[in-house]
Design a protein around this ligand. Structure first.
Ligand SMILES: N[C@@H](CCC(=O)N[C@@H](CS)C(=O)NCC(=O)O)C(=O)O
Length: 311
């Protein structure tokens, strides 16, 4: 087998909004990447051996390093492929804050309006059951339906801010070059369009937003190839992680390399992933774990929005 340990393998599915955020960044950096299609619902037998239980999409793999959550994926892409930067205006801090805003309250509102115009019925199909498990609650169709009007009001306010940012005629959110913030604000709109383009009309005229959306769309997705999950797992097994040990002297809870810890998302899909701490910082944590199918792998998670505990 040729050495493919430096290639980007992107575990995703095409209608995944958070994957769209990353695909736009592949586009703006003109990166070559391998799309590895994963199931939309559990079980995910060819993802879980790699992630140790983290089930969300997207996941990026480079050799035996595995990046869980779009926040850490974009951070790693910028570190490995700095040119062109996704922070052309130097706005790394603010861009990450904008992404967090889009990923949490705005994405939640987008999900809330998806049922607009749909019949108010209790769904028991496998997709709904899976998402109830993901969010650890039973969906109440009457309650969901009642929440839609205000969710539209809220979404309109949030996207009016994006429109206002573009009102001086700039091409992208931080100037003439597209970046992290553009990818983050774009994917929620793309998701609304995929599901039902009429939902976007509820955001009003937002003329600057519309033209900007077309510009972000034109960036494309970089250079995509396909790879099977089995090939991806074989590449992980053959590779060795390139992550070095790093102790954070300012770690508030005293976590250090060698500690047995668990890491989990704090919002939904909260499955705990257990491993041995390799490196940590204010914004990222890496843990090593082993699985018979993939051997030793190092998993990378963001700190913002994740819980780290002693195992
Ligand atoms: N905070 C995560 C959110 C990821 C997320 O919610 N992904 C959705 C798909 S876009 C998901 O995993 N849904 C459940 C599933 O695919 O099993 C990130 O930024 O990557």
């Amino acid at each position: 087998m040729s050495d493919r340990s430096n290639e980007i393998i992107f575990h995703q599915y095409d209608i995944s909004p958070f994957s769209e955020k990353v695909r736009v960044v592949f586009g703006l950096k003109d990166l070559a990447w391998n799309a590895c299609i994963q199931p939309v619902i559990m079980p995910k037998p060819e993802l879980i051996p790699l992630t140790g239980g983290y089930r969300k999409i997207p996941v990026m793999q480079i050799g035996a390093d595995v990046y869980c959550d779009s926040q850490v994926i974009l951070d790693e892409l910028e570190a490995r492929f700095p040119t062109p930067s996704m922070y052309a205006g130097g706005d790394k801090g603010l861009s990450n804050a904008i992404a967090y805003w889009q990923d949490r309250p705005v994405f939640t509102l987008v999900c809330a309006v998806l049922g607009a115009g749909q019949p108010v019925v209790k769904r028991t199909d496998p997709f709904t059951k899976d998402r109830e498990a993901l969010f650890e609650r039973e969906f109440d169709p009457v309650e969901q339906h009642a929440a839609i009007p205000n969710a539209f009001d809220q979404l309109r306010a949030h996207f009016a801010w994006v429109d206002a940012q573009l009102a001086d005629g700039r091409k992208f959110l931080f100037g003439d070059a597209p970046g992290h913030a553009d990818a983050s604000c774009f994917y929620n709109l793309a998701f609304l369009r995929w599901v039902n383009g009429a939902l976007i009309d509820k955001l009003g005229a937002v003329p600057h937003l519309r033209a900007w959306e077309d510009r972000v769309k034109a960036i494309g997705h970089g250079r995509r190839s396909e790879i099977t999950p089995a090939e991806a797992l074989d590449i992980a097994k053959a590779a060795t992680s390139t992550t070095s040990e790093r102790r954070d002297p300012e770690e508030p809870n005293g976590f250090a390399p060698g500690d047995a810890v668990t890491v989990n998302a704090e919002d939904y899909g909260r499955d705990k992933v257990a491993g041995t701490l390799v490196a940590s910082s204010a914004t990222r944590i890496a843990i090593r774990r082993s699985d018979p199918r993939v051997g030793d792998v190092v998993l990378h998670f963001p700190r913002a929005g994740f819980v780290v505990q002693r195992a």
